[in-house]
Design a protein around this ligand. Structure first.
Ligand code: SAM
Length: 247
């Protein structure tokens, strides 16, 4: 039977502790008892663990585990998804799917064609995006949670210094495919894993000035084929292509 997996908020070398919503669910809904077994993620490592103590009703929710043995962890893909902010529902679906696909980081960007209201609301929405990533990481039994960065204006992300090979998904690009760009990055990385950053545009696509900025900052424009994909479709298919090379 597959043990439930929890992502601890606090830990040391011998114990790990859930607090807040996770502890509440485990203590009150699952009625956790001392001795109950689980897999617990602590600091990017996964452990077979056993419940050592559960807070009493009325006290702040807390479940403490003793860590029994470290298990094989599956590191995230060395990929950051820089996604232009667009309608929150499909974007949040993309955050959940990108987490399941193993992305290491998600960087929301305010693009030229990001709806102004969504741009303003993004600051407050990012905590929800982090909760979505946390839940999806737990559900997909990841041994870590992707970082969801604070939303920034697109130029800040596009011009940021990075070691990553930067790839911008551009629907009007016809010559370079994502596949060939990943193959080139793998060759350049030799026997190491290439570190990649993928940029996905908003519903209205990239503005011409943004395309020029990507180009001026060494981003490689690539195509996912002749059809125009929704941003969430492009994000998921691009990550699936990359994962098929890196996993
Ligand atoms: N400008 C598009 C249009 O003409 O309808 C809409 C942009 S599309 C909904 C959102 C983003 O998905 C694009 O900016 C691009 O990053 C990505 N995308 C969609 N189709 C793609 C394709 N065939 N190749 C590469 N990227 C694509």
């Amino acid at each position: 039977m597959t043990r439930r997996r929890w992502i601890a908020e606090h830990w040391d070398e011998a114990t790990a502790t859930l607090v807040g919503v996770q502890a509440e669910h485990m203590a009150r809904v699952l009625r956790a008892q001392k001795g109950m077994e689980a897999d617990v993620v602590a600091g990017g490592h996964v452990f077979h663990a056993e419940v050592a103590a559960v807070s009493a009703p009325g006290e702040p929710s807390e479940v403490r585990f003793n860590l029994i043995a470290e298990l094989e962890a599956d590191p995230a893909l060395p990929v950051t998804l820089s996604i232009a902010i667009y309608k929150f529902d499909p974007m949040e679906w993309a955050i959940e799917k990108a987490t399941e696909l193993g992305v290491a980081g998600i960087a929301p960007m305010i693009a030229w064609r990001t709806d102004k209201y969504l741009a303003q609301a993004a600051e407050k929405r990012v905590e929800r995006w982090r909760r979505i990533a946390h839940e999806a990481a737990k559900q997909s039994r990841r041994s870590d949670v992707p970082i969801v960065y604070d939303p920034v204006l697109l130029p800040a992300r596009v011009q940021a210094a990075t070691e990553a090979t930067r790839i911008v998904l551009a629907e009007q690009e016809r010559t370079t495919t994502l596949r060939s760009a990943v193959e080139e990055a793998q060759t350049a990385a030799g026997n190491k894993m290439p570190v990649l950053e993928l940029a996905i545009g908003p519903e209205g696509g990239w503005a011409p000035a943004e395309e020029a900025l990507f180009d001026a900052n060494g981003w490689r424009a690539v195509s996912l084929g002749p059809r125009i994909l929704r941003a969430e479709t492009a994000a998921i298919s691009a990550l699936a292509v990359v994962a098929s090379y890196l996993e």
